[in-house]
Structures are given as structure tokens and as C-alpha cells.
Design a protein around this ligand. Structure first.
Ligand code: COA
Length: 167
């Protein structure tokens, strides 16, 4: 398996992966809009035998209306026939490493805690963070190595693509 950053020409393969991974087209549309808006801060693909089988996107987030040292992770998708083979885990590890390498300090996401806690994610509510979608334990944060937690709580806003895609 090859885990690498998105390169020019990958967009349609990434679209196909996100369309296959999720039951609705919104996630693929989010990636497309993030790219168009210049908000696809980190975009990583997984390839097996030259075929793109997984993708993860990270984009800027705002906290209490201000830019942050954090990123929002998602969507992450793996084509159904390759799920459960650690593709997602390798994408997650690469996403964390690339974010830290780029100087980001923390990452938030919305997802099943059973999956994401293995990568160090914990409930973001403990930091006083909220979002407009889901404030259960699905809303999670990881502080990256060498990074500091958000200095204060408040409303986390995802990049505009998330609302504009209808998700
Ligand atoms: C979630 C996803 C990216 C994980 O990728 P993957 O390659 O299948 O995951 P891995 O092989 O690295 O890890 C498999 C483990 O994840 C667990 N897992 C996979 N999807 C899960 C989910 N949605 N919720 C909870 N656990 C999940 C599996 O049960 C397995 O657990 P185990 O290691 O204890 O046996 C992939 O399953 C996927 O694309 N799902 C559909 C889209 C989706 O739901 N994306 C995430 C939205 S938050």
C-alpha cells in the first residue's frame, strides 16, 4: 500500500472513493468544494496496486470566529471492498503526522469514538468546544505532539464547504 499526498490529477479518483465509501454524495461534494475553495489543507490518498482505495481530507476550522492552529479531519473514506484491512488506520496515522509536521497543534473530528479513540482522540466537550452538528462524544479532539490545546472553549466552525455541500 502506498500512502501519499494528493497530486494533480487525483481529483476524480478521490471523488470515486468518497462516493463509494459513503451512502450519500455529500462527503464527495465536500472534498470537491474544499478543493475549489482552497481549503483542502491536507489531502492524503491510499493506493493499492496503483488504484486509489482511500482518502482523508483536513481543512481549516475557526474557533469563536477566529482562525486556529487546529484542523478539522474529514471526510475519511475507504472503498467498501478494502475496509477492515488497516487502510483507514494508515490514513489516520499519516493525517496526524502530516498535520504535526505542518505545525498544526490539534485536530477535531466527528465520528464514532470506538474507531477514533485508538488514534488518541477524546471528547472535545472536555475542552469546552461545541459545533452545530453533534455535541455528543462523537465530537472529538486530539492534541498533536508538541502542540497545545485550544486556549479557550467556544464554537468550532468547519470550512464553508461543509454547509455548502448540504451535509
Ligand atoms: C471508517 C473507515 C474510514 C475505517 O477505515 P478501515 O480501513 O475500514 O479501518 P481499519 O481497517 O484501519 O480499522 C478497522 C477497525 O475499524 C472499525 N471501524 C470501521 N469503521 C467503523 C465505524 N464507522 N465505527 C466504529 N468502528 C469502525 C472496525 O470495526 C475495525 O475495528 P477493529 O480494529 O477493532 O477490528 C472505513 O470503514 C470507511 O470508509 N467507512 C465508511 C465511511 C465512514 O463511515 N467514514 C467515517 C465517518 S466518521
Amino acid at each position: 500500500m502506498d500512502i501519499r499526498f494528493e497530486q494533480p490529477g487525483d481529483a476524480s479518483a478521490i471523488d470515486a472513493v468518497q462516493q463509494a465509501a459513503f451512502p450519500h454524495p455529500e462527503e464527495a461534494r465536500i472534498v470537491e468544494l474544499l478543493r475549489a475553495d482552497g481549503d483542502l489543507t491536507i489531502s492524503i490518498v491510499a493506493e493499492i496496486d496503483g488504484r486509489c482505495v482511500g482518502h482523508v481530507a483536513l481543512s481549516p476550522i475557526r474557533l469563536a470566529g477566529q482562525p486556529t492552529a487546529g484542523l478539522g479531519l474529514g471526510p475519511i473514506g475507504v472503498v467498501p471492498e478494502c475496509q477492515g484491512q488497516s487502510v483507514g488506520s494508515q490514513l489516520m496515522q499519516a493525517a496526524l503526522a502530516a498535520s504535526a509536521q505542518a505545525g498544526y497543534e490539534w485536530i477535531i473530528l466527528l465520528g464514532n469514538p470506538r474507531y477514533y479513540q485508538r488514534f488518541g482522540f477524546t471528547p472535545a466537550s472536555a475542552y469546552g468546544l461545541t459545533n452545530i452538528y453533534d455535541n455528543s462524544d462523537a465530537f472529538q479532539i486530539v492534541i498533536l505532539p508538541g502542540g497545545s490545546a485550544p486556549a479557550s472553549g467556544g464554537l468550532i466552525e468547519y470550512a464553508p464547504a461543509f454547509q455548502n455541500a448540504g451535509a
